[in-house]
Write a protein that binds this ligand. Structure first.
Ligand SMILES: NC(=O)c1ccc[n+]([C@@H]2O[C@H](COP(=O)([O-])OP(=O)(O)OC[C@H]3O[C@@H](n4cnc5c(N)ncnc54)[C@H](O)[C@@H]3O)[C@@H](O)[C@H]2O)c1
Length: 434
């Protein structure tokens, strides 16, 4: 099949490369010409484990192409995916659908023959109807169907998530479109991946309900962590104790600095808005959003408290800036709230992140960027672990202690054991472990 991806970001590039690897002929389109130029030269514009190899292989096999001009790619396509951004709209938190609608207009002018237009971007309920209306208006003659096919991949594990997903969700009432989607995902059928065919609006809601539920789960364990600190319990053991119950499940029960990233913050907000507009507010999610926002400040306060309430003239070493390990994505990362708060309290901030620093340099002011964890800790009054990159999980304690001015470690991801850290002579503060 011939597949065209409109939008070659985290989702478009990974999905495009994976569809090519399934054997389809894929063209990834992006209006950012510099991104396309880099891809054409064999450079991968994002950090995602395994993606460089996958792209290279499929380009060499003649199945994966990149272009800034959608014309030919859309005209010849059996399926055109919309994988553009849907950020929060400034001011009101609704999903900004301007990129989706612009893509729909562009596609409308180009399609030839029966074409399936697939919305992979995360979009509020009813967006598929709007995309269909746009295309009909521009091209009353066109033969097409608009399908919802939300993406559930996680950055950092995106290729595996795409190729071995827990499920694929396809929302359409059009039988021809359903057949085409079945054909596209055929390799997953062979792996017995559940494919859920549903109505378009239901499919759109599934994506938001999934992300909101996960955000709520994280926020729940974060509040249990706060309670654990007050009552002398250990949140990691509580998480294990509840997580082994299959009805609850063990994943997403790691207490930490609050959820961030390119999806949960904007998707919880957008769901909240959709629900209010529909007259069916989801108060659990409204509370989740409020609690998670406050959490970043709470974490900054934890750091201030660990330094006797005074950061003036002190240097804080930050390990990890991205919203999670194995990505360079800095969108809505907790560090973006925590670092400026520490600076406002008078601290000097030095930071190190294995992949996120290029992006972070545009987003954080007056931060000194280090070349590695020990360089970062050199002469600092405390180390704060914000992102649990593997390379921070086995630090050389002796070297770290020698580098630091004072042996204070604030671990917002609970990657070390309090007893072990104390035994090594550190003042160690973590989350939810009294
Ligand atoms: N990043 C994730 O982990 C993830 C996971 C699941 C779903 N999603 C959803 O997928 C969508 C895309 O997310 P992303 O992280 O890949 O975004 P992104 O910002 O990384 O990529 C979007 C790309 O689309 C391009 N673009 C915008 N308008 C275009 C147009 N008209 N023609 C061609 N290119 C255009 C942009 O230049 C950009 O490169 C969002 O709705 C997001 O919520 C993201």
């Amino acid at each position: 099949m011939r597949v065209t991806m409109i939008g070659t970001g985290y989702v478009g590039l990974v999905s495009g490369a994976c569809f090519a690897d399934f054997g389809h002929i894929v063209t990834c389109v992006d209006k950012d010409a510099s991104k396309i130029e880099r891809l054409q030269k064999g450079e991968i514009p994002i950090f995602e484990p395994g993606l460089d190899e996958l792209v290279k292989d499929n380009v060499e096999q003649g199945r994966l192409f990149f272009t800034a001009d959608a014309s030919d790619a859309v005209r010849d396509a059996d399926a055109v995916f919309i994988a553009v951004g849907t950020p929060s709209r400034r001011g009101d938190g609704h999903a900004d659908l301007s990129y989706v609608y612009a893509a729909a207009e562009e596609i409308a002018g180009l399609i030839q023959g029966y074409t399936v237009i697939v919305n992979k971007s995360t979009v509020p309920v009813g967006t598929g109807d709007e995309v269909e209306a746009i295309i009909k208006k521009v091209r009353p003659d066109a033969d097409f169907a608009v399908v919802s096919n939300p993406e559930f991949l996680r950055e950092g594990a995106a290729i595996n998530d795409f190729k071995r997903p827990d499920r694929v969700v396809v929302g359409t009432d059009d039988e021809r479109a359903r057949e085409r989607m079945r054909e596209l995902y055929r390799p997953l059928f062979l792996n017995e991946t559940p494919i859920i065919f549903t109505a378009r609006r239901t499919s759109e809601l599934i994506k938001y309900a999934a992300n909101a539920f996960l955000a709520m789960k994280i926020t729940f364990i974060n509040e249990i962590a706060d309670l654990s600190e007050e009552v002398g319990a250990n949140v990691q053991e509580v998480a294990r104790g509840i997580g082994l119950d299959n009805r609850i499940g063990r994943k997403f029960l790691n207490a930490g600095p609050g959820y961030g990233g390119s999806c949960f913050p904007k998707d919880t907000l957008a769901l909240m808005k959709t629900a209010r507009d529909a007259g069916a507010p989801i108060e659990l999610i409204e509370t989740t959003v409020r609690v998670n926002k406050a959490r970043k400040q709470k974490m900054a306060q934890k750091i201030v408290d660990a330094l006797d309430g005074n950061l003036k003239g002190k240097t804080i070493a930050i390990l990890g800036l991205t919203f999670k390990p194995n990505t360079d994505d800095m969108r809505d990362a907790p560090a973006l709230d925590i670092v400026p708060t520490l600076q406002a309290e008078g601290a000097k901030v030095r930071a190190f992140d294995p992949e996120g620093m290029t992006e972070a340099k545009h987003m954080l002011k007056d931060v000194q960027f280090a070349t590695g964890p020990y360089d970062c800790a050199d002469g600092a009054d405390a180390v704060v672990i914000i992102t649990e990159w593997d390379q921070f999980r086995a630090l050389d304690f002796k070297r770290l202690k020698q580098a630091l001015k004072a042996p204070v470690v604030i671990d917002l991801r609970n990657i070390y054991s309090p007893a072990e850290m104390r035994a090594h002579g550190f003042t160690y503060v973590s989350v939810g472990r009294a």
